[in-house]
Design a protein around this ligand. Sequence first.
Ligand code: NAI
Length: 211
Amino acid sequence: MSDTPRTVIVTGAARGIGASAARRLSRDGHAIGIIDLDADACQAVVDEIVAEGGTAQGFAADVSDEASVKAAVDAIALAMGPPLVLVNNAGILRDNLLFKMTVDDWDAVMGVHLRGAFLMSRAAQRHMIEARWGRIVNLSSTSALGNRGQANYAAAKAGMQGFTKTLAIELGKFGVTANAVAPGFIETDMTRATAERLKVSFEDFLTHTAS
Ligand code: NAI
């Protein structure tokens, strides 16, 4: 990303990968709008960034809810300037083997990852188009290639790649790039929850999954 300071939105940034991305982007000189479900949960990351001399504000929004997304993106644009960088990071797991997976498990995962990335990107892109510059980064996963117990998550993360390519095709001519990153195992609350679900200690899970 260029060195020009921008207003950045990172979704699901109250903890985990999103919080790390927010801290890093702040060190690069950008102002960070931190979106998560609960504004209070964002405060610790906001405080850390501000204590380091950066600029950050927390905004409560459910990325899968159209009105909530619009309100948050409008509020960020008003308070911090037009958001020209968007990291679609918010995510959930509702792991289960196919025969036990409920429609709610399926819809919830699709709702946060895919519908969330769609709603956020659609709301933010108008600022990027206006500026003729923008960057959208979407979190996919190595699970996009398939993973036991993750029919919903794998489908969402594979969908994220097609979504990203389409954004790049549609928005590229306006100076807006779209890229997906597909991490493997990263130690966060999300992967701790997976270890719990599998009823193994986090240490054993680390040894078998991340080695
Ligand atoms: P995490 O569970 O630690 O953090 C996710 C954050 O998203 C939480 O703060 C949560 O409150 C927020 N969130 C959930 N639903 C939301 C909603 N509807 N609206 C707004 N915020 C919402 O997860 P982690 O591990 O930091 O993952 C971040 C992203 O990276 C996710 O998209 C995940 O699928 C992806 N990823 C994670 C990997 C890992 O090994 N941890 C590997 C590959 C991808």
